[in-house]
Design a protein around this ligand. Structure first.
Ligand SMILES: Nc1ncnc2c1ncn2[C@@H]1O[C@H](COP(=O)(O)OP(=O)(O)OP(=O)(O)O)[C@@H](O)[C@H]1O
Ligand SMILES: [Mg+2]
Length: 69
């Protein structure tokens, strides 16, 4: 399985209360890769993983699993 994110962004809320949880991330994870996601609380780890898992849709950009969005 190949997981790709291309210029992926996820924001929550509207203009005056906008939170950029994940901002313009691009990455590629290949079959057999061992990956850790680390960062301080609120840096967007759960949001990132939930988009990879297809539980949330990005506000902008793409998440591709085996080249399919
Ligand atoms: N459902 C939501 N609605 C509004 N804002 C949210 C929502 N989920 C997360 N956020 C905000 O998005 C940002 C990233 O949150 P996220 O939960 O992805 O971070 P995290 O790295 O997983 O944090 P933690 O280490 O505390 O689990 C934070 O500012 C958070 O307050
Ligand atoms: Mg989290």
């Amino acid at each position: 399985m190949l997981i790709q994110m291309i210029n992926t962004t996820k924001t929550y809320g509207k203009v005056e209360s906008l939170v950029e949880a994940v901002k313009n991330i691009s990455l590629s994870i290949n079959e057999g890769d061992y990956v850790a996601v680390r960062g301080s609380s609120g840096s967007g780890k759960t949001t990132l993983l939930s988009m990879m898992a297809g539980l949330q849709h990005p506000t902008d950009g793409k998440v591709l699993i085996d080249e399919i969005s």
